[in-house]
Design a protein around this ligand. Structure first.
Ligand SMILES: *[C@@H]1O[C@H](CO)[C@@H](O)[C@H](O)[C@H]1NC(C)=O
Ligand SMILES: *[C@@H]1O[C@H](CO)[C@@H](O)[C@H](O)[C@H]1NC(C)=O
Ligand SMILES: *[C@@H]1O[C@H](CO)[C@@H](O)[C@H](O)[C@H]1NC(C)=O
Ligand SMILES: *[C@@H]1O[C@H](CO)[C@@H](O)[C@H](O)[C@H]1NC(C)=O
Ligand SMILES: *[C@@H]1O[C@H](CO)[C@@H](O)[C@H](O)[C@H]1NC(C)=O
Ligand SMILES: *[C@@H]1O[C@H](CO)[C@@H](O)[C@H](O)[C@H]1NC(C)=O
Ligand SMILES: *[C@@H]1O[C@H](CO)[C@@H](O)[C@H](O)[C@H]1NC(C)=O
Length: 802
């Protein structure tokens, strides 16, 4: 991870700045002609979010005028005025309204060091307020209410940071191009090597470039909700938008909750990062960065090839093309790309192959007409032998317009076919088309056959389940749950009056006791602790969910007991404890546990009547019955999500450290993919026989997620396998599970497989697994420190999310 999100400056400087502020009589938010800002003063925006002042990134040495967040303890500079003309010390400088109404930075001898550079200001009375958005604006005192009134604004001159509300892009009326330029070094704000901005050739796209020339990454055109090339959707906390009018072309974003503190920064190493401030950890976290993977690298596969990140060989030639240098290509050297298999085929019989859900090629040689139909576009392309592909221009709308590429097709990547509507039609010869059609026919036939088989199977399962349901129909009817009510006296008797000798654990909302009913049946009793309001909610939640769920991999509720203040849930007793004790098991058993938990989760996520996110999956919540079948328990935190809405944001971060996905821990966002993350941690714990949170390795500071990842990268993942398993396993099967575990703990939720895919991967020994990408929380020692200061493996319910 790059360091741009980390604090740049040390605390000493910060305290000095704070001292300065406190010495001011009253913090001001506006510079006027009668009140300049001296070197020992700062300006604070009226809502207290931003602060303007002088800072020195290296504590001593060059001093810059800049804006930083005022409301967080880590000084984070978001704008710098005099990037290439620092001053030696701040004692004699002043920022003021000059004689001509312009904003100027002058030294002790009134020499102008920097100015906003506005000539011929007619207003006699200009003021410079610092707005709470972080925008420093210059305008006439009488009329400065809207952005049209501003004579100058810092938002029009971004440095390395894009804040919410800033525009990245063009004001075509005045040829203003707003783009980011990185700092030279982490502690040097002067102009660095990297830029990030819009280019308007063809369809507008954002380019990350080095030295203003070499392209590092290209965004692709806007696709309605995001730039297509990203291949990932942005956080729900961020609302991006793209505006294209004859006057303006720009990208901007705002935040859905005003108190979210976020920024997008182009680091001095050329990585664009979105950072989110975490009030809990008091630090910035990176929620995404660009380039994100190998396929983001511009032109990774060379001309006429397509990059597919989840395939073992990420580059492949487009239909009708062959590797230009087959030897390099077979040795994973992609840069030469591909050439036409049959260059002299045109004119001849030709057609087009549709590539679905792809990032369109870069617009190097192209032709655009926004009013043509797709059919006209196709004909136009066919009529010229140098046309190699076509597509629509209006991707987000009804799919009209014509975009034609001539010559080589550069920088294509496969995106998620289902989340992207971008299709590109590649020109191919009739024989290539026939080949791919035949392939499609075979695939089609295979798909139809398997659908047919699946239907038969489903019918069979349905008939069977109807028989089963007949017996259970009284357990729940509609939304009114009917639970067998058990008598308090009977339960008190069964548990020997809740004797501490019978206490077997502490559940989400209170102690758990073991007991035996008069008929000999063993039970587990979860008793709600007295005076626990939190517990009461969890109790209701759990009763509500568990009563409606039935699956062999979920614990079975036998009944409940409500008597005065007493609240209890009664479960079947699990004689083999929980999975924490699984570390003496042979591999076969461990594997069965992994598969069982996966099935239970799949049922929750997909197959149950409610779609449920468990939110607190961990080893101690997976119980083992007398045959060592795993059963998921503890639904106190579970949430049902409606229909397709599989992403939720909560104000409370819940879960257990060590099992919590980054987006949950940082952002309070949970989805089925946060359960998948916890599942991945569980899998790695089961294989290694160690706990994530308790994990310590003598050689390094990585936690249990980082350790297998490190071994994986070094090709030594088998070292992770618990020594206690001895030789009772097939190495390939365990390795497969390690890979699945790593896939589940990937940092970005969209990269993690669904539980349905996990089951497929576990079931089939031959299917090719994708390579895991960047993991969440593996080397973050700070985070671990937080872990250790928590007393034990308690589920967190109280910490306030943001
Ligand atoms: C700040 O500096 C100005 C001149 O640079 C000086 O007149 C003023 O007394 C200083 N204020 C404080 C509080 O140090
Ligand atoms: C800063 O100090 C250097 C050397 O100490 C000097 O050459 C330079 O002129 C000074 N710059 C300003 C703006 O005072
Ligand atoms: C500003 O005024 C000067 C003299 O009046 C004129 O020459 C110049 O063109 C003006 N500049 C702008 C940008 O209007
Ligand atoms: C964010 O922008 C959208 C439209 O771009 C607007 O509807 C919404 O009110 C804005 N939200 C905030 C918090 O400014
Ligand atoms: C674009 O296509 C339309 C419909 O075919 C045509 O009328 C128009 O002249 C074309 N415009 C350009 C600039 O070629
Ligand atoms: C085909 O397109 C290329 C690139 O635009 C152009 O230079 C060439 O003249 C066209 N050829 C024909 C026959 O239209
Ligand atoms: C925004 O976040 C704050 C702080 O976490 C919270 O108190 C507030 O309810 C949130 N507002 C909305 C509309 O979600």
């Amino acid at each position: 991870m790059e360091t741009a999100c980390s604090p740049y400056f040390c605390c000493i400087l910060m305290t000095t700045a704070l001292l300065f502020v406190s010495r001011l009589c009253a913090p001001v938010d506006t510079i006027t002609s009668s009140s300049p800002m001296n070197g020992n003063q700062t300006l604070i925006s009226d809502g207290g979010t931003f602060e303007l002042g002088f800072f020195s990134p290296r504590n001593s040495g060059p001093v810059y005028l800049g804006i930083w967040f005022h409301n967080i303890p880590t000084r984070t500079v978001v704008w710098v005025a005099n990037r290439d003309s620092p001053v030696n010390d701040s004692s004699s400088v002043a920022l003021k309204i000059g004689n001509d109404g312009d904003l100027v930075l002058v030294d002790g001898t009134e020499r102008i060091i920097w100015s906003s550079g506005i000539a011929n200001i007619t207003s006699k009375d200009t003021v410079v307020p610092l707005l709470d958005s972080g925008n420093l604006v210059l305008g006439d005192q009488g009329s400065i209410s809207s952005s049209d009134d501003y004579l100058w604004q810092s938002f029009d001159h971004p440095t390395n940071t894009l804040l919410a509300g800033m525009k990245l892009g063009w004001d075509l009326r005045v040829s203003l191009d707003r783009y980011l330029t990185s700092w030279k070094r982490e502690d040097d704000p002067s102009l660095g090597d990297f830029t990030y901005g819009f280019e308007l050739e063809g369809l507008p796209q954002k380019f990350l470039r080095k030295y203003n020339s070499k392209v590092i990454q290209r965004s692709g055109p806007w696709e309605g909700t995001r730039f297509s090339g990203l291949g990932m959707s942005s956080l729900s906390t961020i609302r991006p938008s793209f505006v294209q009018t004859p006057d303006e072309v720009y990208y901007t974003y705002n935040v859905s909750n005003k108190s979210t503190i976020t920024r997008t920064v182009l680091s001095h190493t050329g990585s664009l990062q979105r950072c989110l401030w975490s009030d809990q950890n008091l630090e910035w976290s990176v929620t995404y960065s660009i380039p994100n993977d190998a396929c983001d690298e511009y032109g990774k596969c060379g001309p006429n090839a397509i990059c597919t990140i989840n395939s073992p060989r990420i580059c492949s030639c487009l239909t009708g093309y062959i590797p230009k240098s087959p030897l390099d290509w077979s040795a994973l050297g992609w840069s030469e790309g591909c050439v036409k298999k049959n260059p002299s085929s045109c004119p001849g019989k030709e057609g087009f192959r549709k590539l679905k859900g792809v990032k369109v090629p870069d617009m190097l040689q192209f032709w655009i007409n926004t009013s043509m139909s797709l059919k006209e576009c196709r004909d136009k392309c066919l009529s010229n032998c140098s046309c190699s592909a076509y597509s629509v221009t209006d991707i987000e709308g009804r799919g009209s317009g014509c975009l034609i590429w001539y010559g080589d097709l550069i920088d294509m990547r496969q995106l998620n076919e289902f989340s992207s509507n971008q299709n590109v039609f590649i020109r191919v010869t009739a024989s290539d088309l026939a080949n791919s059609n035949r392939k499609r026919w075979i695939v089609g036939a295979a798909v139809s056959a398997s659908i047919f088989l699946a239907l038969i199977l489903a019918l069979f399962v349905w008939v069977k389940s109807r028989k089963v349901r007949g017996r259970h129909v009284d357990v729940h009817s509609g939304d009114d749950i009917e639970l067998p009510m058990l008598n308090f006296v009977a339960i008190a008797k069964a548990t020997d009056n809740f004797s501490y000798l019978n206490k077997i654990g502490e559940g989400g909302f209170g102690p758990v006791y073991r007991g035996q009913l008069p008929n000999g049946k063993e039970i587990a009793v979860k008793r709600l602790s007295e005076n626990s309001r939190q517990g009461s909610d969890e109790f209701k939640n759990e009763a509500l969910f568990i009563a409606r769920l039935q699956h062999r991999n979920l614990v079975k509720l036998l009944g409940c007991c409500i008597d005065g203040e007493e609240r209890m849930l009664i479960y079947e007793y699990m004689p083999n404890g929980n999975v924490t004790a699984a570390n003496s098991l042979v591999w076969r058993r461990r594997f069965d546990i992994i598969v069982g938990v996966a099935r239970g989760l799949l049922y929750l996520h997909r197959d149950s009547r409610l779609r449920i996110i468990h939110r607190d999956l961990k080893a101690s919540n997976v119980l083992l019955d007398s045959e060592m079948n795993p059963k998921i328990s503890d639904f106190g935190m579970a949430r049902a999500v409606g229909g397709d809405q599989m992403l939720e944001k909560t104000m409370r971060v819940v879960g257990t450290y060590g099992y919590m996905s980054p987006e949950n821990a940082i952002d309070g966002i949970f989805s089925t993919k946060s359960d998948v993350f916890s599942f991945g941690v569980l899998v790695l714990e089961i294989i290694s026989g160690r706990k994530n949170r308790a994990f310590r390795h003598p050689d390094h500071n990585f936690n249990l997620l980082g350790h297998p990842w490190k071994l994986w990268l070094e090709g030594k993942a088998f070292e992770l396998i618990d020594e206690k398993m001895e030789d009772s396993f097939a190495v390939s099967e365990v390795m497969r599970c390690i890979q699945i575990g790593l896939l589940c703990v990937q940092r970005h939720p969209e990269d993690r497989p669904s539980m349905a895919s996990v089951i497929l991967m576990l079931d089939s020994q031959s299917a090719m697994l994708p390579q895991p990408k960047q993991l969440g929380f593996f080397d973050e020692r700070n985070h671990e420190d937080v872990d250790y200061s928590l007393s034990n493996e308690m589920t967190i319910t109280q910490i306030e999310g943001r």
